[in-house]
Design a protein around this ligand. Structure first.
Ligand SMILES: [Zn+2]
Length: 456
């Protein structure tokens, strides 16, 4: 947010649920549970990394014991000693697809509440269904509130949310976004709406906060620049579900004049990491999950190394996810200058299907520098790459006027330097913008080669 906003007055934003009691508020049991977690998380965030891991191990012991007893899948899989943690084989999406019944517990404590199933992963063509409990949702809610507190959101703000929704939404009737706190309105619009219509809707809503996917934000900003439209009240953009490149943060600040705050989550797990209000690093939510970043040999990455993200949900006793390979890639961050002991990720890169492959068949993450693209082809508006074979990539470029042969040559040289390999290139030039997939994710690099990756 701009300037120095006042601390949100949380007590004013709590509604008492007991007749006759107005102040201080006495809330209902479920809200009280969320607030009690938040209260603890206010102090646990300052624990050292070692102290956090010690507490996690206490919880892991209980989880592993439960899984061994009640999930056939885990019966032989889990060692008795946490020192042998790294020997536990990764739980893959394929495991969840073919052995879901054995991963689900045949019993779990009643106090964890009702279960519900979520299905996710359609965009990677690997859909899985995960069963969760009401208890796991408490942690989701508490992490969401922590995000509001960290970023000092004014609870009276109007929020506009453009994303995919599990249920149909009414675009003309707002909900609330503050969770247990009373808040301003939250307006909802499905991501499938075309960008022009999104912009008209946004002008009507005139939000303080916009929440959407990174790819959609990029398209919206391009549209706003084209039409010279501004959102005068906007103070913050929040992104979820998708990799945020530094260029998008810069574009957001330059065009909209507001900061971008990212949140890393997965439907199967809940909130995984929140952006630090001081450093911008992503803080892992260690109170409810153990996160590992592993290299190609399955060894823990060191700071600055990119590896695959593996998570363990500490509290899901209905379908324990133990060392679950999310198929996301991330760079492990340093300890944060803010003083919080929660481990960090410097950036989340994206999904396994966005990995490139060398002509020799080795997978790697394609680091693409937009700046170099623009040096080669100044009027380039948008780009997308699809690897169609080990030695072949199709590049789709949105560019008017169409690039010259010489410009394409320059681009090819730059690309092959960035990727570190030579490929056979097919150029597709178009004038109209590329759109995100139905799930709202825009993939700047995707692979359609069906080979099992070394990290599958
Ligand atoms: Zn921090």
């Amino acid at each position: 947010m701009n300037g120095a906003p006042p601390q949100p007055t949380l007590t004013d934003a709590l509604s008492s649920q007991v007749p006759g009691i107005h102040w201080p508020a006495v809330v209902g049991a479920r809200d009280a549970a969320v607030l009690a977690l938040l209260f603890q998380m206010e102090s646990t965030q300052w624990l050292s990394g070692e102290a956090l891991r010690e507490q996690q191990n206490r919880q892991l012991g209980a989880l592993l014991d439960h899984a061994r007893r009640h999930c056939p899948f885990y019966r032989e899989r889990l060692p008795d000693d946490l020192a042998r943690w790294h020997e536990i084989p990764l739980l893959t999406r394929a495991d969840l697809q073919t052995q879901a019944d054995a991963v689900r517990a045949n019993a779990y404590p009643r106090a964890h509440g009702k279960t519900f199933d979520i299905a996710t992963g359609g965009s990677t063509a690997e859909p899985v269904t995960v069963r969760r409990t009401a208890l796991t949702q408490l942690f989701w809610q508490a992490a969401t509130l922590r995000d509001h507190l960290w970023h000092r959101r004014d609870f009276s703000a109007t929020m506009a949310i453009i994303r995919q929704f599990p249920e149909p939404v009414d675009e003309t009737k707002p909900g609330r976004w503050g969770g247990v706190f009373r808040s301003g309105p939250a307006w909802h619009l499905p991501i499938s709406t075309d960008v022009d219509a999104q912009l008209r809707w946004l002008q009507g809503v005139d939000p303080d906060i916009l929440l959407t996917y990174p790819a959609n934000l990029e398209a919206l900003i391009a549209c706003m620049r084209g039409k010279g439209v501004t959102l005068p009240r906007l103070r913050e953009v929040r992104t979820i579900s998708g990799a945020v490149m530094p260029a998008l943060r810069a574009l957001c600040q330059a065009t909209l004049g507001v900061p971008l705050v990212d949140l890393y989550s997965a439907q199967e797990i809940g909130v995984i990491a929140l952006q630090c209000p001081e450093s911008g690093l992503l803080h892992v939510q260690s109170e409810h999950l153990l996160l590992e970043v592993l290299d190609e040999q399955g060894k823990p990455c060191r700071e600055g190394e990119v590896g695959q993200v593996v998570v363990t949900d500490l509290h899901n006793f209905s379908m324990p996810l133990i060392r679950y390979a999310l198929h996301d890639w991330a760079e492990l961050g340093p300890s944060c200058p803010c003083g919080r002991g929660l481990p960090t990720l410097r950036r989340v890169l994206g999904r396994t299907r966005n990995m490139a492959m060398s002509p020799e068949g080795k997978p790697f993450w394609p680091v693409l520098e937009t700046r170099r693209f623009l040096q080669a082809i100044p009027p380039l508006r948008q780009y997308q790459f699809e690897q169609t074979a080990r030695n072949a990539i199709t590049a789709t470029l949105v560019c008017t006027p169409a690039p010259t042969e010489e410009q394409l040559q320059h681009l090819q040289v730059a690309l092959e330097q960035m990727l570190g390999h030579a490929y056979r290139w097919t150029w597709q030039i178009r004038e109209t913008p590329l759109l995100p997939s139905a799930g709202g994710k825009f993939e700047e690099f995707s692979s359609s080669i069906h080979e099992t990756s070394a990290n599958g």
